[in-house]
Ligand binder design. Structure first.
Ligand code: ATP
Length: 364
């Protein structure tokens, strides 16, 4: 058995947590030896591949592995509702509609979020409101009562009203302890790009701060699907922080994307683990190759897997490359596209239960 991500360490490996990622692929398609992933130390991972190549499935396998290990806690950002099935045993994750405290975002991020230039009148008013107030309701009141031109107040109020309509602000429901006491899925299906970015910014920042402050006794793993849309919005600074400094306090980040070429260079240079499913785009191969070291034998174009669930894993810790079949999920995979032929006579399709909503009150 091989443990990916664990290199050059002495000591009793038996006692250190690891999770099953897959098996080596034999030439005849049969399973070879087990390949596990180190869950003892924090990691930065990328899961890449074209549409339908198995990225979400692999994130699900990783969430299941983390659930079975001591001392770690998976927090999954679910942009499409594909991970709701993790609420079933043996994971029994809590699926929540995320709520974010308004003061989890810095004043600068508030301006960016609502699309206002901080140097403009309305932008500077929103900046001051965010600096002074803890809740979105408080910010709205601050803007309404501000000693500023009517047009400035009205423009700022309109932008804050839009943010209020996203229904992601309110209370401290995403407190790090809450997030990590059980495997958690943040159900962002139906949220747009800006509110999803808001959720990821707040969660990434609060997990990081909690670990730095010594307020969390488990090591969180933030798993984000469709990551390219997050490195392009207000979540980007918090994700960059996890990439460059998250391992020190013990926060892991695994980002999945179908467009690795759209990720910033820092994501490629900081990742110590790459799980590459099938990729056919030259720009994507080049983005991976630019950051990948000489121990890669052959090119990504030559070695790209052909079937969903097959992966090329590049491990910086052991400076090795592995061709795997990713392990089968224990919970059902929820990322399947619906097929017309599988709809029932009433036109419905079977969905996982409605997500639980945890708000602690005191919201906006
Ligand atoms: N390890 C695996 N074992 C068995 N089947 C798999 C595995 N990985 C993927 N599949 C199959 O491939 C399909 C596509 O996988 P998945 O939904 O994870 O793709 P994706 O890369 O996330 O696609 P998208 O970019 O559209 O979200 C799954 O529905 C599943 O049937």
């Amino acid at each position: 058995m091989v443990v990916i991500g664990r290199g050059g360490e002495t000591g009793d490996g038996e006692n250190r947590p690891a999770g099953l990622l897959g098996h080596y692929r034999a030439r005849d398609g049969s399973h070879g030896a087990r390949v596990e992933l180190d869950l003892d130390r924090p990691h930065v991972g990328l899961v890449v591949g074209k549409r339908g190549s198995g990225k979400s499935y692999t994130l699900g396998v990783l969430a299941e592995a983390l659930t079975g290990a001591d001392g770690v806690a998976p927090v999954v950002v679910d942009p499409m509702g594909a991970f709701r099935t993790l609420e079933r045993p043996p994971v029994s994750a809590r699926v929540v509609e995320p709520r974010v405290a308004a003061d989890a975002l810095a004043p600068r991020e508030w301006c960016r979020l609502v699309g206002l230039d901080p140097k403009s009148g309305p932008g500077s008013l929103v900046w001051r409101a965010a600096a002074e107030q803890e809740t979105l309701a408080g910010m709205q009141e601050y803007v309404d009562d501000a000693d500023a031109a009517t047009a400035t107040c009205r423009a700022a109020a309109n932008h804050l009203r839009t943010a209020a309509q996203w229904r992601v602000f309110g209370g401290d429901a995403l407190a790090p302890r809450h997030l990590t006491e059980r495997p958690t899925v943040l159900d962002c299906a139906g949220l747009g790009r800006a509110p999803t970015n808001t959720v990821v910014a707040a969660v990434a920042e609060s997990l990081y701060r909690a670990r730095v402050a010594g307020a969390l006794d488990v090591l969180p793993w933030l798993l984000v699907d469709e990551a390219h849309v997050l490195f392009d919005g207000v979540a980007a600074p918090s994700l960059r922080q996890l990439l460059t400094r998250g391992r020190q306090p013990g926060v892991s980040l695994v980002a999945a994307t179908q467009r690795p070429s759209a990720l910033p260079d820092v994501a490629h240079s900081q990742a110590d683990l790459l799980v590459a499913h099938r990729l056919t785009n030259r720009a994507d191969w080049e983005a991976l190759a630019a950051a990948r070291p000489a121990y890669m034998d052959g090119t990504f174009a030559e070695r790209t897997p052909s079937e969903p669930g097959e992966a090329l894993v590049v491990d910086d810790a052991t400076e090795s490359v592995h061709a795997l079949a990713v392990h089968e999920r224990e919970t059902p995979h929820g990322g399947e596209s619906p097929r017309a032929s599988e709809l029932n006579r009433h036109g419905g399709d079977e969905r996982a239960g409605e997500p639980e909503c945890i708000t602690d009150g005191g919201g906006d």
